[in-house]
Design a protein around this ligand. Structure first.
Ligand SMILES: [Zn+2]
Length: 256
C-alpha cells in the first residue's frame, strides 16, 4: 500500500514536470525526445550550454574558456612546432555541428619535446578566435592528443582568396546531413598547414560542450586561402558554427 502510494506520487510528479516543460520540449531537436541538443541558435545556443547538462557546467563556470579575442599579447620564447602529418584515405563526418575529417594514421606534431597525435580536424565559419575583434572567414582546428591525454589544437585561419584543392577534395565528399563518408581518395592534412608556423599560445578549452579545459591552443598567424564558392558550400550546411569569445580571466596570450 505504501509502495503503491509512492509510485502514484512519482507518476503525478512526472506528469507535472512534463506539462511545465512541454513548450521547451516542443522546441527540442527532433532526434531525441527529452534532451535539448546544443547548437548555435535558439534553446541550444552557446549562452545556454552550461545549463543543458551537468557535464557541461564548465561552459558557464569555467575560468579558462575558448575561444578568446587575441588582442594584447606578451612576448615569450615559444617552442617551435614541427608538423609530421602523413597522407591517408579520407573519412569525412557531418556530426551535426561541423564537417570533420578523422585521422588515425600516426600523423603527429612535436612541440617542446612533446609528441601529439592528430585525431581529427574540423571547420568553423566564421573563425572562433577573433583578432582585435575581427574573425577570419573560416578556421580549421587540428585536434591532437599527447601521451598523457592532454589536448593540443592548431588553429589555422582561412581567408577568402584562391580555391584550395585539399578543401575541395573534402567538400566533394562531405555529407549534407548527419553522416559519414569514407572514400579511397588520399588526403594530406599537411597541405592545410601554412609555411609559416609562428603562433599565439594560451591555455583554453574545447569550444564545444563539454568545454573541457587544459587545451594547449596554438593559433597560427599565417592564414591559408579558400575561394568564396568554397566558403559558400560550407555555410550552406552550417551558416554559423562559432562560439562567441570568452573572458580571459587573467590569462595572457604569448607570442614570439
Ligand atoms: Zn573547433
Amino acid at each position: 500500500m505504501k509502495l503503491r502510494h509512492s509510485a502514484l506520487a512519482l507518476v503525478a510528479t512526472a506528469t507535472f514536470a512534463l506539462t511545465i516543460n512541454a513548450p521547451v520540449l516542443a522546441e527540442a531537436s527532433s532526434h531525441n525526445h527529452h534532451e535539448i541538443h546544443w547548437g548555435y541558435e535558439g534553446v541550444g545556443a552557446p549562452s545556454h550550454w552550461g545549463d543543458l547538462k551537468e557535464d557541461y557546467h564548465l561552459c558557464k563556470d569555467g575560468q579558462q574558456q575558448s575561444p578568446i579575442d587575441i588582442g594584447a599579447t606578451v612576448d615569450a620564447s615559444l617552442p617551435a612546432i614541427s608538423v609530421a602529418y602523413k597522407p591517408g584515405p579520407l573519412t569525412v563526418v557531418n556530426n551535426g555541428h561541423t564537417i570533420q575529417v578523422n585521422y588515425s594514421n600516426g600523423s603527429q606534431i612535436e612541440v617542446d619535446g612533446k609528441k601529439y597525435s592528430l585525431l581529427q580536424f574540423h571547420f568553423h565559419a566564421p573563425s572562433e578566435h577573433t583578432f582585435n575583434g575581427k574573425p577570419a572567414d573560416m578556421v580549421i582546428h587540428f585536434v591532437h592528443k599527447d601521451e598523457d591525454g592532454k589536448l593540443g589544437v592548431i588553429d589555422v585561419s582561412l581567408q577568402k582568396g584562391k580555391a584550395n584543392p585539399t578543401i575541395q577534395a573534402i567538400w566533394d565528399n562531405m555529407p549534407a546531413t548527419e553522416g559519414k563518408k569514407e572514400v579511397a581518395t588520399e588526403i594530406n592534412a599537411a597541405n592545410l598547414i601554412p609555411s609559416g608556423l609562428s603562433y599565439f599560445n594560451y591555455s583554453g578549452s574545447l569550444t564545444t560542450p563539454p568545454c573541457s579545459e587544459g587545451v594547449n591552443w596554438m593559433v597560427l598567424k599565417q592564414p591559408i586561402e579558400l575561394s568564396e564558392a568554397q566558403i559558400a558550400a560550407f555555410t550552406k550546411i552550417f551558416p554559423m558554427n562559432a562560439r562567441p569569445v570568452q573572458p580571459l580571466h587573467g590569462r595572457h596570450v604569448k607570442t614570439h
